[in-house]
Design a protein around this ligand. Structure first.
Ligand SMILES: O=C(O)COP(=O)(O)O
Ligand SMILES: [Mg+2]
Length: 228
């Protein structure tokens, strides 16, 4: 069987939470502060981790109802969201750090001449200061946040927008992510997708996902691709 690696790509787009940065502790700290301000029961880090991936509004709803899909009381949610965002803005880069292999991987991709973008469901007002505070901002020629376009992952729109920006076909694009949102968006866009095993996939193993490779770190991903 013809080995599919290395995959020929022209650009690499990378997810933020659970892929580039370990952001769960800061997201959880903001959730804890919001819960206490609203006199709700405290919430532990692993529970918050399982809620990450679909943007800040869905995260807050999940913290309010302690469920992945249920809707909270509308009035309570309208009060809670600004409280959460205030607390998250205060702690957005307090504990968040790049995972092992991330900086080395970004440097290797840049050295090899791949064009790069960051595609995240995190709102732009948090994404930009966080990437700047962690020293990753300048690696990306474009940053698409959860509120940059009308749709966010798992919709393919951000990936197709990146293809347009780079002037490439989806087959020339690789997404590196950590969760079902990333693999669903990539499959819908018909681009390649690798996942790292250490992120936030609702506590599930990424081995269950429809993807092209599981890579231990970003640096390992570079070994599986070549310039198209
Ligand atoms: O849900 C979020 O806010 C972030 O999600 P992502 O960076 O993994 O896309
Ligand atoms: Mg992620």
């Amino acid at each position: 069987m013809q080995d599919k690696f290395p995959i020929a790509v022209k650009a690499v787009v990378i997810d933020l939470d659970g892929t580039l940065l370990h952001t769960a502790p800061d997201l959880a700290e903001a959730a804890t502060r919001m819960a206490s301000e609203l006199a709700l029961p405290p919430i532990d880090l692993d529970t918050v981790k399982s809620y990450i991936g679909n943007g800040v509004s869905r995260l807050v709803k999940r913290v309010l109802v302690r469920d992945m899909t249920a809707e909270p009381d509308a009035e309570l949610f309208s009060r809670a969201l600004p409280i959460y965002e205030k607390h998250y803005m205060d702690v957005v880069s307090a504990q968040s750090r790049p995972y092992p292999g991330v900086v080395e991987g970004l440097q290797a991709l840049k050295q090899a001449g791949y064009r790069m973008a960051c595609i995240t469901n995190k709102a732009e007002k948090f994404t930009v200061p966080l990437l700047k505070a962690t020293g990753l901002f300048d690696y990306f020629e474009m940053i698409l946040s959860g509120d940059s376009l009308p749709k966010k992952k798992p919709d393919p729109m951000p990936l197709l927008h990146a293809c347009e920006h780079f002037g490439i076909t989806p087959q020339e694009l690789l997404l590196i992510g950590d969760s079902l949102n990333d693999t669903q968006a990539a499959r819908a866009a018909k681009c390649h997708v690798f996942c790292v095993p250490y992120g936030y996939n609702r506590g599930r193993s990424v081995d269950e996902l429809d993807l092209d490779a599981v890579v231990p770190t970003l640096l390992d991903a570079v070994k599986l691709i070549k310039k198209a």
